[in-house]
Design a protein around this ligand. Sequence first.
Ligand SMILES: Nc1nc2c(ncn2[C@@H]2O[C@H](COP(=O)(O)OP(=O)(O)OP(=O)(O)O)[C@@H](O)[C@H]2O)c(=O)[nH]1
Ligand SMILES: [Mg+2]
Length: 349
Amino acid sequence: MIRPAHKSLRTRSQIIGKKEIRLLVVGSSGVGKTTLCNCFFEDHQNQGEETREKYIQIDNEFIKISISDIVGKQSFYACDNPYDGYDAILVMYDITELKSFTDLKTMWLPDIFLYCNIDTQIIIIGNKKDQEIDRIITRKEAEQFAKDRLCQFYEISTEDDSCQLLFDCISRDFLQCDIKIRMLIVGDQSVGKTTFIKKFTLQDPTGHDFMSAITTRFEMEKIKYEIIMIDWGFYNKLLQTNPAISRTIEAILIVYDITNEESFQNIHRKYYPLINNKFSDVTGVIIGYKTDLEAQRKITMDDALTLTDWLGYKYVEMSSKDTEDHSSIIKALAHSIRINRLKIEQSYE
Ligand SMILES: Nc1nc2c(ncn2[C@@H]2O[C@H](COP(=O)(O)OP(=O)(O)OP(=O)(O)O)[C@@H](O)[C@H]2O)c(=O)[nH]1
Ligand SMILES: [Mg+2]
């Protein structure tokens, strides 16, 4: 019986300036887990050992990579939560074996979504791409499958150098960020959510069909942050493929238009009940948008503050016409989430 993951269980090495990456490789029998580990450790005799470590050099930095292979299901499930404490979980299937992909969909991923730490990167890996002739799972299908679940995706073969490349990509990715935070943005149509994301990320989300998660990175006090901003429409889509998605969201931004009364009423009529039911201890921020249209303002600052105080959320007002970008609010949020994580970590020590 796996111990249910508490939201506060997080990967320790994700906290700050890590020099160690902890990986777990899972997947059905015969997909190539042990071969992949042996390939990385350049030890082709090993029949499987729980955890092995190796230092690799990326640019001028040495980082320790530790990889845990599942050796026997009994010992794997004997611990409280076998998915706890990893920076990334590599979920493997064999591109020539349908059952290994079905197992990944129905067995491995649902468990991982439910029990892994909230900032663990889940990486789907299709192995044995050298056996193209026997391929059953197309690259396109698996790639889309991973994308719809916010997972990374690689196809490899342990017979060529693609597995070394895989570890190189994973390491570089981790060196680029110390902390990953998922935020959800909600609000009525046309209140300015897309514009807000655009101003903040300096990217154009319209190209993403508005059903998207947009990733942006910044550095603050020498800490590298990665923010994954998820739109409400995409969140509902994610919910179908990963019912445990809500536990990975640490902040919610509710946007309304100060000239549109209904968009304000919907905060407590529509969005607050949804959030209150589905998310626990998220940081909430309400954003009064379009302040450049002061003459048409319907919601006074006092009305907004009364509501936000009552809900226990922070309140800010802004406009897309503001000269600075919108990063200050996101940076303040990210900072308070990091402090909160540190407090939780300390309480575990
Ligand atoms: N053609 C090909 N064969 C591979 C590849 N990777 C692994 N294999 C073979 O697949 C078989 C199973 O590999 P293992 O690494 O033992 O699989 P595993 O996932 O560790 O399996 P269990 O430990 O039983 O769960 C072995 O015969 C490997 O040689 C690959 O990329 N291409
Ligand atoms: Mg094995």
